[in-house]
Design a protein around this ligand. Structure first.
Ligand code: AKG
Ligand code: FE2
Ligand code: ZN
Length: 398
């Protein structure tokens, strides 16, 4: 295969428009069939296929990811080459496509002081790993109900467990049914999949009517939708609520897709969205022995502008300084978002019966409950985990 005609101008494939996908958009595909030519293109080599598709591979990128055993610790997939030790204007001396047969090919690159061979599979693997972590995030429609999964099926069948975590990653809420009602089961359940995140009030958090309440959760009052530990700068991004006993009238569960509300809020009131993303406000939860407190904005976006954390707790929020220059605009936005949270049309309601376990994305989904009669017994246990431990195994390369 020929690789002459250095240099020439080229084009990169257009990026698809963004949808509700978190992570970088897919922009590169490396075809399995051999390219016809490798040409220099600025500080890169450009591969061209007979159908006109092209892939541009910058020299620094290629040098950084040379797959040889000098440049990588192959057995553990760790990167060893230090790109800062290369000249910033590094260029290949040659870049040649080597076709082993009609379906397999490699790109041979010679550098001033090194030689690299990238098989088609190496390039596909590198591109795939650069795109890892993209996931579909689907905000809730008005008839949303969390998917239900049977506890025994989840703990005995890997495919069911994977489906459950996939649904959790996409929608931020699922319900597990048929969970044994022995105390501690929630911790055991989460521990089967990932580390439990121990929180300041314990590894397992009991919620029942309690005369020494440190939180409205421990009364029979209605509990407005919230995410737990809004009083911590990095609260657990996953929470499991396991109902052990529910013999009361009322006490129905409420969940709200905070990311949907935040995105609708951004579209309707962009200036207020900016204020709620910028102005930090205090949150506090404490008991006789534990103090948690932080000052944070209600909305945080990731580096690509997607809402990544909607923090909301009517119970725990603290006053803003009345002289704060943004106080009026803060209240305009806070009022609107609060109205959206308590609007029943934005709430999904259902009853958690004994043996039901609700899993929620702690930075996305708010949970709450209606008031109940304090006569009958009601007891649930919470445990916490982190979303990285959900996503990393789901996206593990084969
Ligand atoms: O009582 C409930 O249903 C929910 C209580 C709560 O907010 C929690 O356990 O985090
Ligand atoms: Fe809670
Ligand atoms: Zn190398």
């Amino acid at each position: 295969m020929t690789n002459e005609t250095y240099p020439a101008a080229g084009s990169t494939p257009a990026a698809p428009t963004r949808s509700l996908v978190h992570g970088p958009p897919i922009i590169t595909q490396v075809p399995h069939s051999p390219p016809t030519v490798a040409k220099p293109d600025g500080a890169a080599v450009r591969l061209e296929w007979p159908d006109g598709s092209t892939v541009r591979l910058p020299y620094l990128w290629l040098r950084d990811h040379c797959p040889c055993s000098e440049c990588q610790v192959i057995e553990i997939g760790e990167h060893r080459v230090i790109i800062g030790n290369q000249p910033e204007d590094l260029a290949a001396n040659t870049a040649t496509i080597v076709e082993s047969d009609s379906t397999t090919w490699a790109l041979d690159v010679t550098w001033p002081d090194h030689a690299s061979t990238f098989s088609c599979t190496d390039l596909q693997r590198l591109v795939a790993s650069s795109q890892r972590g993209q996931r579909r995030v689907t905000t809730w429609s008005s008839d949303f109900a969390p998917d239900r999964f049977d506890h025994d099926a989840v703990i005995t069948d890997q495919a069911t467990a994977k489906n459950m975590w996939e649904a959790f990653a996409e929608f931020g809420a699922v319900v597990v049914t048929g969970t044994p009602t022995e105390p501690g089961t929630v911790e055991e359940f989460i521990s089967r999949f990932m580390p439990v995140r121990e929180m300041p009030f314990g590894r397992v958090h009991d919620v029942a009517v309690n005369t020494r309440a440190y939180n409205v959760a421990h009364t029979a009052e209605a509990l407005p939708p919230h995410n737990d530990f809004a009083s911590m700068s990095w609260p657990a991004s996953g929470q499991a609520l396991h109902m052990l006993t529910n013999e009361t009238d009322g006490g129905d569960s409420i969940i709200v897709d905070g990311w949907r509300l935040a995105e609708e809020f951004r579209a309707a009131q962009p200036e207020s969205f900016e204020v709620l993303s910028r102005v930090p406000v205090g949150f506090r939860m404490f008991s006789d022995t534990v103090e948690t407190w932080t000052r944070q904005p209600l909305i945080r976006c990731d580096s690509e502008g997607n809402v990544s954390h909607f923090r909301y707790s009517n119970q725990l929020i603290q006053p803003l300084d009345p002289q704060h220059p943004d106080l009026d605009s803060f209240y305009k936005g806070y009022h609107a978002i609060c109205r959206a949270v308590v609007d029943p049309t934005n709430q999904v309601r259902f009853r958690l019966e004994a043996g039901h376990m609700l899993l929620v994305h702690g930075h996305r989904v708010l949970h709450g409950r209606t008031a109940f009669s304090s006569g009958g017994a009601r007891h649930l246990q919470d445990t916490y985990f982190d979303f990285d431990d959900v996503l990393a195994p789901l996206t593990r390369p084969d």
